[in-house]
Design a protein around this ligand. Structure first.
Ligand code: PMM
Length: 300
């Protein structure tokens, strides 16, 4: 696997960390389940997220919450296609969040311009071929198994090294199946077969992941590790999913500062500001004309 630091698909490259807004067309996603099941409301919400600063919208029809059961292909298509069509008609860049190659193909035909596969091509052996033949950006997320069993699979010797190694092998597999390395975006898959400590370690290791040579997408929005961090100090009850947005925003700034390509979030407006902060800090750190502190101070 060779190094490719930028997407060859230019419309999805920005001069800062990007913001991917989430529209889950599901009855059971952990934080917004049931809110956007009606296609008209889902499209209106996606357009609202774009107005708030989303660079693209990720549309998903199948919940991946821990313990979730799979739905049929027909149901998934019924949920996502009208929303993809509606958003594309509104001029929005749409990513399709699916583990099924047939759903990805149908969404691309409806105008989606990116595939986000949380299984990184593992759940459906035909996904890599659809990605390869379409040439669109393809998110390869770290994944070890379906949602009904994933919590039992969070067993790592060294989570950063293991996730990087497994992602590396997944990328090699999809590239062998014909995907151009310039299409690939990697994602550590926070919360997917990870416990809270694993999620924090992976976040702390974003810079290492970027060194694999692919754009890195970070999906921390409202996830369990934030709920646990913000748990009620008396009862220990995790903070409710909707009340995790400020923490998500903080993660967006940190992810941008550590070189993430984009963050995947529910609350777009706050993260749109946060990624600008993180990216500005990163640009400033990268300046070559900076004086080391002691020298700068001694010239006063
Ligand atoms: N998380 C969820 C769904 N899709 N896609 C990527 N690439 N990365 C993620 O972390 C990710 C994802 C689950 O969260 P949701 O139910 O809030 O959409």
């Amino acid at each position: 696997m060779s190094a490719h630091t930028t997407l060859s698909f230019m419309p999805l490259s920005w001069d800062r960390c990007g913001v991917m807004g989430i529209v889950n067309v599901t009855p059971d996603s952990f934080s917004d389940g049931g809110q956007w099941l009606d296609p008209g409301r889902a499209v209106a919400h996606g357009l609202e997220l774009v107005a708030e600063g989303a660079d693209l919208i990720d549309v998903g029809g199948e919940s991946t919450r821990p313990g979730a059961k799979r739905i049929t292909r027909e149901e998934e298509l019924r949920r996502v296609l009208p929303v993809v069509r509606g958003l594309v008609a509104g001029g929005v860049q749409v990513s399709i969040d699916t583990m099924r190659s047939s759903v990805a193909r149908a969404a691309l035909e409806a105008g989606a311009c990116m595939i986000n596969d949380v299984s990184g091509g593992l759940a459906d052996p035909n996904m890599a071929e659809v990605a390869a033949s379409s040439g669109v950006p393809f998110v390869v997320m770290h994944w070890r198994g379906h949602s009904d069993a994933m919590d039992l699979l969070a067993d790592y010797a060294d989570v950063r090294a293991d996730v990087a190694d497994e992602l590396h092998r997944r990328v090699d597999a999809v590239v062998s199946a014909g995907v151009d390395p310039g299409q690939v975006i990697i994602d550590p898959g926070l919360g997917f077969a990870k416990d809270r400590d694993d999620d924090w370690q992976l976040l702390a290791g974003i810079d290492e992941l970027t060194r694999l040579g692919f754009p890195v997408l970070v999906g921390a929005s409202r996830k369990r590790f934030l709920g646990a961090l913000l748990a009620d100090p008396v009862t220990g009850v995790p903070r409710a999913a909707r009340a995790r947005d400020a923490a998500t925003t903080a993660v967006s700034a940190l992810a941008a500062a550590r070189g993430a390509w984009a963050v995947r979030v529910h609350d777009v407006a706050a993260s749109a500001d946060a990624v600008r902060v993180g990216s500005a800090l990163r640009r400033s750190e990268a300046r070559t004309d900076r004086q080391p502190w002691p020298a700068a101070l001694s010239t006063r």
